[in-house]
Write a protein that binds this ligand. Structure first.
Ligand code: FES
Length: 265
């Protein structure tokens, strides 16, 4: 996973249901705003290079305008032919009023997405995360409202590799962990990856197991978080996923970058 983020827009700049195309390391990236959350995908259909930002957005599903392939904007997973490969996804975070996208042009990201499996042609899963408190109130909006290049700006934050892991995580595990970057704690407004909640991902034939922590024992968002983690894993590896909540206490030291919560690193 990338440890670099760049600011691509300000909160309020991309209307609800809209998209902005930015450039990240010279590649076009479509930043979508849906349900108060931001999602970033390479603006390139894996079928034949169509610009996804030109497509029709329906909830969390973008349909390529050229031949109708559909993708889940939360994970990049392909939902409908003729595309068969996932679209590379970038992690997004909101720091203050800055929308930041991870610069993930490294080989690791490409390998991770190459390993991502398409999911079955059903609609994307259930519950969308609640609105981000940093997000604009949002008017119903026209799509592709902004086309300007990104105002590139290096970010200070960093995020090291996933906190736990076997010495050599599989490409599928990389892809699953990348998908978890879209699962946000609604209260703290950081992803479960940024918070260091994901402690283990085990992918076996027919079953995926995720062991994770909660920031507090009685986190009111626990059911939603576990379901979102489950759905994110299943969007990459199309098989049942079990999420086990570990009893261990969470602390900021478990975060790849505790500075995101104001703790010194
Ligand atoms: S280019 Fe997107 S479906 Fe063909």
């Amino acid at each position: 996973m990338s440890d670099r983020f760049m600011t691509v827009a300000k909160v309020g700049e991309i209307p609800e249901g809209g998209v902005k195309v930015v450039r990240v390391d010279d590649d076009p990236v479509a930043v979508f705003h849906v349900g108060g959350q931001y999602y970033a995908l390479a603006d390139l259909c894996t079928h034949d290079g169509g610009e996804l930002s030109d497509g029709e957005l329906d909830g969390h599903v973008i349909e390529c305008a050229r031949h109708g392939a559909r993708f889940d904007i939360r994970t990049g997973a392909v939902l409908a032919m003729p595309a068969t490969g996932a679209v590379p996804r970038h992690a997004v975070r909101v720091i203050g009023d800055q929308i930041q996208v991870a610069c993930e042009t490294c080989d690791e990201r490409e390998a991770a997405h190459a390993a991502a499996k398409p999911v079955a042609s059903t609609a994307p899963p259930a519950a969308a995360p609640p609105p981000c408190t940093d997000a604009p109130g949002g008017q119903a909006a026209g799509r592709r409202a902004f086309e300007s290049p990104a105002a590139s700006e290096p970010a200070a934050a960093s995020a090291a590799a996933p906190a736990m892991a076997t010495p050599a995580p599989s490409l599928q595990e990389f892809a699953v962990r990348a998908a978890f970057e879209t699962v946000m704690d609604p209260e703290i407004q950081l992803s479960v990856v940024d918070l260091g909640l994901i402690r283990e991902v085990v992918i076996k034939p027919g079953r995926t197991l995720v062991r994770m922590l909660l920031t507090t024992p009685f986190c009111p968002y626990a059911p939603q978080l576990t379901e979102d983690v489950k759905q994110a894993a299943m969007s990459v590896v199309a098989q049942p996923c079990e999420v086990e909540i570990l009893p261990d206490a969470w602390s900021p030291e478990l975060m790849p970058d505790p500075g995101l919560l104001g703790f010194s690193t």
